[in-house]
Design a protein around this ligand. Structure first.
Ligand SMILES: Nc1nc2c(ncn2[C@@H]2O[C@H](COP(=O)(O)OP(=O)(O)OP(=O)(O)O)[C@@H](O)[C@H]2O)c(=O)[nH]1
Ligand SMILES: [Mg+2]
Length: 302
């Protein structure tokens, strides 16, 4: 037995990559629980969400960040800034590139930005979503990724097939300094419950909307309280914000059909999270062009 087996490591990792690269799905898979919402729409993640991996030999805190992209709004710029800030706070970075998409200008841009931090922080190259392609394609993608920059390690993974997710966690942990547990046992995220609830509503609302609408959605939980005289029921009042009147009609749907579906979907997720029955009251409001308005951004927590 060597002494290194008794070492306890702790620290922070973050995943970067273009929108939709699979960062949040991978975070959830490593944590073993849904701490971040995911969707097929780009720019789903809007906060730096911490997911915590507990192991006897280590505690790994994964900071899931928004996809790095060419910003078109003030919100977009804020999201990118958040990514850059996170880089300086972590012990290791995982650069995610999906196996099913050619490496493009967006990835080269990220590699360029990363080159500056890579001098002090190790960067792992991660090919995600390997279940979507054949072995040959995965190998090609690893080679293409290697061309982008110097990586400490290269690894293909699939969050859906649970392929090499444990190995990835080993590789990330290897880069952490020795240190004590930073979060109590069993704590999987430090996101407040109301934030998780708002995110689950946004995830449900993202389902089935297109074009600009996914970007225009924001959710705020106004109130979350136990129903008086009932221990088994929580009342949740939330507002779905859109940017224009026409979007409001789409979100609500004919005769309120879509909003009801969103409510049902979100309610199931929230009940699982809280382990309690909930009554979900959803409003849709217009916050005109909130993505470009500093005052409204602040109100929505950006
Ligand atoms: N087949 C397959 N799909 C995946 C995998 N990982 C993620 N996806 C899908 O890819 C889409 C994007 O996943 P996300 O995890 O939300 O991507 P992201 O990088 O966090 O995206 P942003 O938050 O927008 O930057 C979703 O539809 C996921 O279901 C995977 O391993 N295999
Ligand atoms: Mg994400």
């Amino acid at each position: 037995m060597t002494s290194s087996e008794n070492v306890h490591r702790s620290g922070f990792a973050c995943f970067v990559g273009r929108p939709n690269a699979g960062k949040s799905t991978l975070t959830n898979s490593l944590v073993g629980s849904k701490v971040a919402i995911t969707s097929s729409k780009p720019q789903t993640t809007r906060h730096a969400i911490r997911g915590i991996v507990h192991r006897p030999d280590a505690q790994l805190i994964i900071v899931d960040t928004p996809g790095l992209h060419r910003p078109r709004t003030l919100l977009g710029r804020r999201l990118n800034d958040l990514v850059y800030e996170t880089w300086s706070e972590v012990d290791v970075i995982g650069f995610c590139v999906p196996a099913d998409q050619k490496i493009g200008p967006g990835d080269r841009f990220i590699a360029q930005q990363l080159a500056r931090v890579a001098r002090r922080t190790p960067v792992l190259g991660i090919v995600t979503k390997t279940d979507l392609v054949g072995k040959q394609r995965v190998a090609e993608q690893l080679l293409a990724l290697q061309e982008l920059m110097d990586f400490t390690e290269l690894i293909p993974v699939s969050a859906v097939d649970d392929f090499q997710v444990d190995l990835l966690s080993d590789l990330l942990i290897k880069q952490l300094p020795e240190g004590p547990q930073l979060y109590p046992d069993g704590e999987l995220t430090d996101e407040p419950e109301t934030t998780l609830v708002a995110e689950m509503i946004r995830e449900a609302a993202l389902e089935g909307v297109r074009d600009e609408l996914p970007h225009s959605l924001a959710v705020s939980v106004e109130e979350m309280v136990p129903r008086e005289g009932r221990r088994d029921l929580i009342d949740v009042h939330a507002v779905i914000y859109v940017e224009r009147q026409s979007q409001k009609a789409i979100v609500i749907g004919r005769g309120g059909q879509r909003l009801r579906e969103v409510g049902t979907q979100a309610r199931q997720q929230i009940q699982r999270l809280l382990g309690s029955k909930i009554y979900l009251d959803l409003y849709v409001k217009v916050a005109k062009d909130w993505q470009r308005d500093p005052k409204q951004l602040r109100k929505l927590g950006f």
